[in-house]
Design a binder for this molecule. Structure first.
Ligand code: SF4
Length: 303
């Protein structure tokens, strides 16, 4: 399957079935912690990268096979707000299932009214806010030139005023960058103005784009949780990875394009895992990374 992937276990959402409407690593940021590697394909212009009907047809075919999932998550191997028409995608999904539709996004384009209108029928929007000013934004998220911190942040505030569903904000903590008392206090001020329904702090548990990016110390994670009044999601979700795709290798490639997998995830979740692992090691499109004492497989970013 080209657009539908998973089911992937999520600590916040349960069993999440993913839909990705964006080509691999097309994004308007190049975050230092991105688990998909550096962005070589920076974009600002929104596009219909794939025909809407093709995405919805594939989702409908998946539903014919089964519906053992809790939510449908629009999350990409890039930034989903770059896809248009998102409203027709969201409404199309909602016509086919009564499960909640969640949008995971970097939150970069909500300063555009059209974008806010296109996402209004989601049940939950999960944007990211890792920075507190232009300098920290450029250091952490490295946006394409025309996106400024002020524009992005005002967009999130506007979204809060108009959006009727829930906003669950995520802050990615990076050791020595935004995990100290002063930075956290400044992020907290910004969060208070947005007033999201929930706040989560996350840490880079998968191999980041920049090797120097590290997981904060336990005491800084606790400090962040306290200051930001947040829950943490720093551990792996230990639920099952599942696929209804009869071609299991293809399904695994589909997952690692959006979500690097540990060797042990493959051993634990898939039959014939030894054969699969051998094939992954020999696949030139798959990068093998060693991070925090674990081996990860992730899709290679050629461009
Ligand atoms: S983490 Fe998300 S927003 Fe940041 S570069 Fe990666 S895909 Fe883009």
């Amino acid at each position: 399957m080209k657009y539908v992937y998973g089911v992937v276990p999520s600590r916040r959402l349960g069993k999440s079935l993913g839909i990705s409407p964006i080509p691999f690593k097309v994004c308007n940021y190049s975050c230092i912690y991105c688990q998909l590697g550096k962005t070589h394909n920076m974009r600002i212009k929104r596009e219909t990268f794939y025909p809407l009907e093709e995405i919805l047809d594939e989702f409908e075919k998946y539903l014919d096979l089964g519906n053992d999932f809790d939510v449908v998550t629009i999350v990409s191997e890039g930034e989903p707000l770059l896809y248009t028409p998102l409203d027709r995608l969201i409404n199309g999904i909602k016509k086919l299932t009564n499960k909640k539709v969640v949008l995971i996004t970097n939150g970069s384009l909500f300063f555009e009214e059209d974008v806010r209108n296109e996402v209004k029928n989601c049940d939950i929007i999960m944007p990211t806010l890792d920075a507190w000013d232009e300098e920290s934004f450029r250091l952490i998220n490295r946006p394409v030139g025309t996106i400024t911190f002020e524009k992005m942040y005002n967009g999130l505030c506007e979204l809060r005023k108009e959006f009727k569903g829930e906003i669950w904000l995520e802050v990615m903590l990076i050791k020595g960058v935004n995990d100290n008392y002063e930075s956290l206090k400044k992020i907290k001020e910004k969060i208070d103005e947005i007033n999201p329904d929930k706040v989560f702090v996350n840490v880079p548990i998968r191999p980041p784009a920049e090797e120097w990016v590290k997981i904060p110390e336990e005491q800084n994670i606790s400090l962040a949780k306290k200051i930001l009044n947040a829950s943490t999601i720093e551990k792996y979700a230990e639920g099952e990875f599942k696929t209804l795709n009869s071609n299991v290798y293809e399904a695994i490639i589909g997952i690692i394009k959006r979500h690097p997998l540990r060797l042990e995830d493959i051993q634990r979740n898939f039959k014939n895992s030894e054969k699969i692992i051998k094939k992954l090691f020999n696949d030139k499109n798959v990068e093998k990374c060693s991070y925090n004492g674990k081996i990860f497989f992730r899709f290679k970013n050629w461009r």
